[in-house]
Design a protein around this ligand. Structure first.
Ligand code: GDP
Ligand code: IMO
Ligand code: MG
Length: 424
């Protein structure tokens, strides 16, 4: 399999974990290039359910190497918990199988508190973050004042850094009405996690380039999705990293000419967690999917907002990421619907828009224009071959290709690894 980037084409939670797990069968190395433990990637094998936050979903396969790249932000205690959780269910995790960049930035306990404080102070203008400290960590990175994973070997540096962060930010934390921070407890948490993590740290750029010399094939597991990208998303209702395909290169040190293919992952409908504009949102679709027990966040458990497929967003995601192939998950979520809506374009102040407008304010004002397609009214969950998909599923995919130029080559008809169908 060629070196492939997997990116979310919507607002995250498209089913990237499941698609990465499926494609890992023919890869050697799986790399997480950006984001942090704001991500929650679900993989289901029969009765076993795994939710990965920082570790690439490829860890579930024997004989594959996983890399947490330099562009990721790592909460040390959270990563240790994740490693221990996998080991407890007999998934092997050791420094041969999991390699962590010594240049990845650290999300410290202070960053979690700052995330909560800033959200509280934003009031009605809050972003609806996961509260994991992601924004404050990337802010410190860009501000050139962060700690990196390599610093885990230096307890005194960690202690001094946390003490200074607590002191500098005490007024903000008080203003937000939160408890004062305890630098000693925070330092102990990080130093304790460091004992586990230090053996995993390495120069992952050198590792990946060495591996490429031997002809390995790599998968890059994007976190979040295109419209959460700090540059291309619905700013300011975004996360703080480049979630689009370019982020896979900067976040791993693998240059663009080594990338052969980009697979975009989209749901057959659209979901979003957190605040921000969502033109095709439909509360009755949310109610329907939540009633089935679906669409609750893998990280925070929050109910996801749901709406119809938005071809405007997918068209633009195709451009920004250079999507070669689309994987469309959750087809089965629409199995019982008589009619399926697809947003073909928007109208804004009487003008037609085929691409999203630049600002979140304008995106909140657009009127989505829909085309109504017939539903397939078939239980798709037991289908095991792409060619056996109902005619109306195939025409839905074909109409989407006409609207966006994106060809769907993988379809998800259930959460299990087996419920993933590939077009020949
Ligand atoms: P990710 O963050 O992109 O990896 O996606 P999440 O794991 O957060 O959310 C996707 C949800 O959809 C999870 O609960 C998956 O188990 C589930 N899922 C993925 N693909 C399918 C599918 O084709 N059908 C169904 N029913 N569920 C799916
Ligand atoms: P995966 O990888 C869905 C959203 C949050 C919030 C915004 C900013 O599972 O697809 P942050 O904590 O990153 O500062 O929050 O981004 N968000 C996600 N939504 N899936 C994710 O990851 C997300 N990671 C962040 O809900 O709106
Ligand atoms: Mg998720």
């Amino acid at each position: 399999m060629p070196n492939t980037i997997i990116v979310g084409a919507q607002w995250g939670d498209e089913g990237k974990g499941k698609i990465v797990d499926f494609l890992t069968a023919s890869a050697d190395v799986v790399v997480r290039p950006q984001g942090g433990n704001n991500a929650g990637h679900t993989v289901i094998h029969g009765k076993n359910k795994y939710v990965l936050h920082l570790i690439p979903s490829g860890i579930l396969w024997k004989g594959k190497t996983c890399v947490i790249g330099n562009g990721v932000v790592i909460d040390p205690a959270s990563l240790v918990k994740e490693i221990e959780g996998l080991i407890a269910v007999d998934i092997n995790v050791d420094p041969e199988k999991l390699r962590i960049s010594d240049r990845a930035h650290l999300t410290l306990p202070v960053h979690r508190v700052l995330d909560q404080a800033r959200e509280a102070l934003r009031g009605a203008a809050r972003i609806g973050t996961t509260g994991r400290g992601i924004g404050p960590t990337y802010a410190d990175k860009i501000h050139r004042s962060g700690l990196r994973a390599g610093d885990l070997a230096n307890p005194q540096k960690i202690r001094d850094h946390i003490a200074a962060l607590c002191e500098d930010n005490a007024p903000l934390v008080a203003e937000a009405g939160l408890e004062p921070m305890d630098p000693d407890a925070m330092t102990s948490e990080v130093i304790q996690a460091a004992e586990t993590l230090v053996p995993y740290l390495t120069d992952t750029v050198a590792y990946l380039h060495g591996a490429m010399e031997t002809g390995v094939e790599m998968l890059f597991e994007g976190a979040q999705g295109t419209y959460l990208d700090i540059d291309h998303g619905t700013y300011p209702f975004v996360t703080s990293s480049n979630t689009t395909s370019g982020g896979a290169c900067t976040g791993s040190g693998v240059p663009p000419q080594r990338i052969d293919r980009v697979v975009g992952v989209a749901k057959a409908y659209t979901t979003r967690v957190g605040e921000g504009p969502f033109p095709t949102e439909d509360p009755s679709l949310s109610e329907y999917l939540h009633g089935l027990g679906r669409e609750f966040g893998a990280t925070t458990g929050r109910a996801r907002r749901c709406g119809w497929l938005d071809a405007v967003l997918l068209r633009y995601a195709g451009m920004v990421n250079g999507i070669d192939e689309l994987a469309m998950t959750n087809i089965d979520g629409l199995d019982t619907h008589d009619e399926i809506r697809v947003c073909t374009h928007y109208e804004l102040d009487g003008e037609r828009l085929d691409l999203p407008p630049a600002t979140a304010d304008d995106l909140a004002r657009v009127i989505p224009v829909y085309e109504v397609l017939p539903g397939w009214k078939t239980d798709t969950t037991g289908i095991r071959s792409f060619d056996d998909l109902p005619e109306n599923v195939l025409s839905y995919l074909e109409r989407l290709r006409e609207l966006t130029s994106l060809r769907t080559t993988i379809v998800g008809i259930g959460p299990d690894r087996e419920q993933t169908l590939r077009r020949d």
